[in-house]
Design a protein around this ligand. Sequence first.
Ligand SMILES: [Zn+2]
Length: 200
Amino acid sequence: MIVEQFLVGEMANFTYLLADKGESMVIDPSWDLEKILNTLKKNNLTLKYIVNTHSHFDHVFGNDQLKAITNAKVAMHRNSPLDKDIELDEGNTLEVGELVIKILYTPGHSKDSISLLVNKMLFTGDLLFVGACGRTDLPGGNASELYDSLQRISSLDGDIIIYPGHNYGSKPYSTIDYEKKHSMVYKMKSKEEFVAFMNI
Ligand SMILES: [Zn+2]
């Protein structure tokens, strides 16, 4: 299995490459596609899926170019208004080699936000960052939904590694236990307190 984290663009976005048994999946391609293509080539990988954690431009604008080169299928949540080959929803799975990628519908930052659970790895997009969470003031954002999605994530195994959509924290990835202990996101005592904080 290969997991690569690429720090790309001027908004500190992360693109991910996940591979197993010659197959691969890219999460949130935008900038620096040649880095991804070089890694595919170097490891002799077929790109099976391009998956977007949500439809904001900084997570998707490499889709078309990468699809044109690799013929991979683009997969996003069914609420996404963008072009896609596969509509994802809660509980769906994708397979890459022997990896099974489980889709969790985790709205709040947007109406089409998903998280991807693969063994002990969770790709959270703009739901949860290291030490922070996604904003809710853009169209489709909802602090109450974000709270519920964050609570849901926090009930998963504590040793699961969090791979966020941006490099906004003190380190590029974390664990659920670490975030529950240290992130201000999990310091709020109630949904009301969280919503009030997000809506300042
Ligand atoms: Zn976003």
